[in-house]
Design a binder for this molecule. Structure first.
Ligand code: PMP
Length: 428
């Protein structure tokens, strides 16, 4: 063995070389065992950049993490301790696959605050975040080659999940008022003429990830009606809906449409993602299979975190906390919009979100934002290139900036670092 610091001349010890060969041999033999769908399983670009963004000194405008410091952590610690001490045998045991009844009742109160007033706890399945509900929806409804429609752009985690089921994800254009109903009709007509089987419309109507755009109230019912007329289920993903900066949240598409919409909620953004809890409110006639499929994946959602969330919703002022978060995210969003207006060159456009975590930036046609990420990393700032948010691998002139987890000062600094990179891209 040498101690050379030049890795190109490094001599790999014989036993290591043998071990590497053994691994390569196994990899080659096991490669043929993968299912066809495993080829579609890939790491999301957001997770790639997440790993980079924890480097010290870097301003991360990449990850859409919620701000957690205003949670009553000491009190929650005491609550967790009490749960273990007093109800430990239940909290640490397996629970029911549908989730605890007390929590499902509380979830109905949360949804009522947003405009879904007719939910029955019996129609809810508590899930391991909204992410696992997306997976179950694709699994329960889609055969390989079936179509899921979604907004362009849409949530990268959903794309990865759907594609793993060999689904063909087809995008429908949106504008600053959300998904365009006429485009939806056109897309459905075209696909039907091609003989395709369309199962779901996956939509994030409030503060879309990544664009920050909200589907206006008037379009929501129209979109549900189009889907109903074409026998397509709406999969409404609404983790950000309660985080509207001003005024009352818009009624979800599920409100008034109990048979046409599977509604997905999450505690990740209104409480904390670490509890890994979300829920699906499923039309009664679909509920049993959906719930059994959830059970088959996780057996049951964590009783411990369900009890913690139930305690949070009963013993704490969760509405007050949401109000605090709305003010905080509004300030951060305003800081980002102000910094963009001050520093970004002419020819660059961005959305003005009414809530949520994200601003979507559009550069002139022909500029690919992916290579710019590497320049940005060198300059000490990270974002997510737009190509991550569409099913095609085509280059994109868009990028996503998240303001949720960064102080207003760091947001300004991050945009200051980003600006010269965009300027150079526009000039070249
Ligand atoms: N849907 C959307 C639109 C999201 O942005 C996210 C997370 N960023 C999820 C679902 C996943 O949320 P959860 O933590 O509830 O699994």
């Amino acid at each position: 063995m040498t101690n050379s610091s030049d890795s190109s001349h490094e001599v790999i010890p014989a036993e290591t070389e043998a071990a590497l060969e053994r691994v390569a041999d196994y990899a080659a033999r096991h490669d043929v065992l993968y299912s066809a769908r495993a080829a579609n399983i890939k790491q999301s670009a957001v997770r790639d950049v997440f790993d980079i963004s924890i480097r010290p000194g870097l301003v991360s405008l990449a990850g859409g993490s919620p701000y957690l410091r205003s949670l009553p952590l000491d009190d929650l610690g005491r609550t967790a301790q009490r749960i273990i001490a007093e109800q430990g045998l239940e909290a640490l045991q397996y629970g029911g696959g549908q989730g605890m009844e007390e929590l499902r009742e509380l979830i109905c109160e949360v949804m009522a605050a947003e405009g879904i007033t007719d939910a029955d706890p019996a129609d809810i399945v508590v899930t391991t975040g909204s992410q696992s509900a997306q997976d179950v929806a694709a699994k329960v409804f889609c055969n390989p080659g079936d179509v899921i429609l979604c907004e362009d752009p849409t949530y990268v985690g959903a794309l990865n999940t759907f594609e793993a089921y060999e689904v063909d994800v087809v995008t429908v254009p949106m504008d600053d008022k959300g998904l365009i109903p006429e485009e939806l009709e056109r897309t459905i007509l075209r696909l039907k003429e091609e003989g395709r089987s369309i199962k779901l419309l996956y939509t994030i109507p409030s503060f879309n990830n990544p664009s920050g755009v909200t589907m206006e109230a008037g379009r929501r019912q129209r979109v549900v009606d189009i889907c109903r007329d074409n026998n397509i289920l709406v999969l409404e993903d609404n983790p950000y809906g309660m985080l509207r900066f001003d005024g009352h949240p818009l009624a979800p598409m599920r409100a008034g449409n109990p048979n046409d919409v599977i509604y997905l909620g999450s505690f990740s953004k209104i409480f904390a993602p670490g509890v890994r809890l979300g829920w699906a409110l499923v039309p009664r006639h679909l509920h049993r299979r959906f719930y059994l499929a959830c059970e088959a994946v996780v057996l049951c959602p964590s009783p411990l975190t369900q009890m913690l969330v139930s305690a949070y919703l009963t013993d704490y002022d969760w509405r007050g906390h949401l109000e605090t978060m709305r003010v905080l995210y509004r300030e951060r969003c305003e800081a980002m919009l102000a910094a963009l207006a001050e520093h970004l060159p002419e020819g660059v456009h961005w959305t003005t979100p009414e809530g949520g975590f994200f601003v979507w930036v559009t550069l002139p046609e022909g500029i690919d934002t992916y290579p710019l990420l590497y320049e940005a990393i060198d300059a000490g700032v990270v974002f997510i290139p737009g190509a991550a948010f569409t099913p095609s691998d085509e280059a994109s002139n868009k990028l996503r900036l998240a303001f949720s987890a960064v102080s207003p000062e760091d947001i300004a600094e991050g945009v200051r670092r980003l600006a010269p990179i965009l300027q150079r891209a526009l000039a070249s």
